[in-house]
Design a protein around this ligand. Structure first.
Ligand code: FRU
Length: 513
């Protein structure tokens, strides 16, 4: 068959790998991600305390080790040297008499502004939210406050500050998720904090004494959702000016349903963030349903802005997805940059380059016209797919690719040229009975009319799609009852002109040492 591409040696090597691994059950449960971060067991939500220090990327995370549903929040901990493979470390922060340990950040206190330093090692300081359940149960609004803890041994052990909380609550029910950074121009620590449906910015010389400097966002709020997990990030643009992006997670009312992440582009003067755009302009970090609470690493090498999100949807089904011993994973780490467009500066994101080390091999899909379907005969269920279509000579009304299995469950990623939308359709992707909000199609506006490039990362139960160099991202979960082993490119209503294509089968990062 003309359109059948056979790669016998690859199939053989993958088959061998499967046999070799069949006695190993570690990270092999159904739907268990193979190259995304997941906790060994129990519940996980937001990434916390993202910090790079002394050759190590730390990933802390909201964690309830005793159950696969949300509960008393701890900070779980993992470390990576390359953002690809992760080593689990013991729980870093446990709930105490002031409350559960909600989301927050970690900074390197380079100049020992806290005075915590005792030896050679620079203090790592965690700034987090305490959530007091006793107060919550008593119906009190002043239940959230900000606390700090520090480590003098590269994040291995943590001591809570004896004078916590450093910011008490003055009566706001939602008062959380400090994401602190150092502002060299004003020699201050800056803390963006989510307060109800807006942002408050606090400043401090020493991470202990904080002053409120400004507020932002009441006009910008999507009305249904509280703001959570902000991140204020500076970028050097191509013309060497400094611009600021405020990443703002919102609990409800996101573009494709439930929780999601907006961003604003503007300026920050050390106290106040100002939006370049008028409040009606809504910019979204991700158009899928499953990327929430994402923030960036403090102190990443070469001033890179590296971001990671929690791959689920708080408002719609986070506690219900059909996994067994653990619940939830993170997105892949993504490099963020800011591009100048005729409409203004816009965020661009792509998987970090280091992930290329996951590629086992590379299958070339030659330039050709796709009429109906083109089967790529590949048995790997972990894949990176790069496709480029020439849209000016494609006559199709719809084109893209389909992942499927022998049960006819399928996930479609496509461009609808008529409605000018790029989409992931998981309506018939497998299990969906756990939530009526799951079996849906998620779309993003797509206005480029010459070229479509797609980079897709496919793990056991998730897909991340980066369109036209990362100008659009869509992240969705799916739960097939049998692995997707079939990949087809497709066109409808005419031909699709594939200019180039490559499929990279990927390896797992969770093989037990
Ligand atoms: C976001 C969030 C945060 C909070 C944490 C609690 O997903 O609701 O606002 O700190 O999760 O686990």
């Amino acid at each position: 068959m003309k359109n059948l591409i056979l790669f016998t040696s690859l199939l053989f090597s993958l088959a061998c790998q499967q046999t070799k691994d069949s006695t190993n059950t570690y990270y092999k449960e159904q739907h268990r991600p193979q190259f995304h971060f997941t906790p060994e067991k129990g519940w996980m939500n937001d990434p916390n305390g993202l910090v790079y220090y002394d050759g190590e990327y730390h990933l802390f995370y909201q964690h309830y080790p005793d159950s696969t549903v949300w509960g008393p929040m701890h900070w779980g901990h993992a470390i990576s040297k390359d953002l690809v493979s992760w080593e689990h470390f013991p729980i870093a922060l446990y709930p105490d008499s002031l409350g559960y340990i909600f989301s927050g950040s970690i900074v390197v206190d380079e100049n020992n502004t806290t005075g915590f330093k005792t030896g050679e090692e620079k203090p790592l300081v965690a700034i987090f939210t305490y959530h007091d359940m006793v107060k919550e149960k008593a119906g009190r609004k002043d239940r959230e406050s900000q606390g700090i803890a520090y480590s003098l041994d590269k994040g291995r052990t943590w001591l809570k500050y004896e004078k916590n909380p450093v910011i008490p609550n003055k009566g706001d029910a939602d008062f959380r998720d400090p994401k602190v950074f150092w502002h060299e121009a004003t020699k201050n620590w800056i803390m963006p904090l989510a307060v109800g449906k807006k942002l408050e910015i606090f400043t401090s010389p020493n991470l202990k004494n904080w002053q409120k400097a400004s507020e932002f966002g009441l006009k910008e709020s999507v009305n249904d959702g509280v703001w959570e997990c902000p991140d204020l990030i500076s970028f050097k643009t191509e013309d060497d000016t400094e611009k600021w992006v405020l990443i703002q997670n919102i609990g409800r009312g996101a573009v494709n349903g439930g929780s999601g992440t907006q961003y604003f582009v503007g300026n920050f003067d050390g106290k106040t963030f100002t939006n370049d755009n008028s409040p009606e302009i809504k910019l979204w970090v991700d158009y899928g349903a499953d990327n929430y609470a994402g923030v960036s690493w403090f102190n990443a090498p070469n001033s890179e802005r590296i971001y990671i999100g929690w791959m689920s949807n708080w408002d719609d089904y986070a506690n219900l997805v059909p996994t067994s011993t653990w619940r939830s994973g993170m997105t892949v780490p993504r490099k963020l940059s800011l591009n100048k467009t005729p409409e203004g500066y816009r965020l661009v994101q792509m998987p970090v380059k280091q992930l290329e080390s996951l590629r086992i091999s590379s299958l070339n899909i030659p330039k050709q016209k796709i009429k109906n379907t083109l089967r790529i005969d590949n048995k790997s269920v972990l894949n990176e797919l790069d496709l480029t279509f020439d849209l000016t000579s494609s006559t199709a009304t719809e084109l893209g690719f389909i992942l499927s299995n022998s049960k006819n469950e399928k996930l479609i990623v496509g461009l609808d040229k008529v409605s000018k939308q790029i989409f992931i359709d998981r309506t018939n992707a497998g299990k969906s009975d756990f939530s009526s909000k799951f079996a849906k199609k998620h779309a993003a506006p797509f206005t480029d009319d010459k070229v479509l490039t797609i980079k897709a990362l496919v793990d056991m139960a998730s897909i991340e799609v980066f369109v036209n160099g990362g100008k659009i991202a869509l992240t969705d979960l799916f739960f097939p009852t049998e692995d997707y082993t079939k990949i087809e490119l497709y066109s409808k209503g005419g031909n699709a002109e594939l200019t180039s294509g490559t499929l990279y089968p990927l390896k797992s990062v969770w093989a037990k040492k």
